[in-house]
Write a protein of this length. Structure first.
Length: 172
């Protein structure tokens, strides 16, 4: 039978240091010192090895021919910058039942202009902490509310309740 990976829930064959190859490399890639050394190694190899340079160029060409992959990565990177992960988006989507955290409108419905009112990942702009998934209208109104302290004609209570849930300041 042979040894198995020690990571909980992983049944793959042992590779090194008690883990399967997938878990082992996942842990190594998370280590900043290892990543720094690997980047240096890759740069030196790219500068000195023409076959490696051609291999990398081929990978880049293949990647650029798949625009859906590029858009998916851009979206993931935008979410990561705001403190969100794919798992957190899925968790919040389940917690909110696919509804906006402020107005409770379904975010897969069609809005007044005839387009889907897709979810937008809200975050605190000072701490980059994720807060909730909002519809586009509430996300814009919340940003306006946070910047302008009680704008005229805007129903304030839902925004104060939403911000209070995340421990943010209450606007005077």
């Amino acid at each position: 039978m042979g040894r198995r990976c020690e990571v909980a829930g992983c049944e793959a064959k042992h590779y090194a240091k008690g883990k399967c190859s997938s878990c082992y490399y996942k842990q190594r890639r998370a280590d900043p010192e290892w990543r720094k050394g690997y980047r240096e190694y890759s740069r030196r190899r790219y500068a000195s090895d023409p076959m490696y340079r051609e291999k990398i160029a081929e990978i880049v060409r293949a990647y650029r021919q798949r625009p859906e992959k590029i858009e998916l990565r851009r979206k993931r990177d935008r979410l990561a910058y705001r403190g969100w992960t794919h798992e957190l988006v899925c968790l919040r989507r389940a917690q909110q039942s696919g509804e906006c955290a402020i107005c409770q409108v379904r975010m897969d419905t069609v809005n007044m202009r005839g387009s889907l009112s897709g979810e937008q990942a809200d975050h605190d702009h000072t701490t980059k902490e994720p807060r909730g998934l909002l519809c586009g209208g509430c996300n814009r109104a919340l940003g306006f509310y946070e910047r302008h302290q009680r704008p005229a004609g805007l129903e304030i209570e839902p925004y104060e309740v939403y911000l209070a849930c995340f421990g943010n300041r209450s606007v005077q």
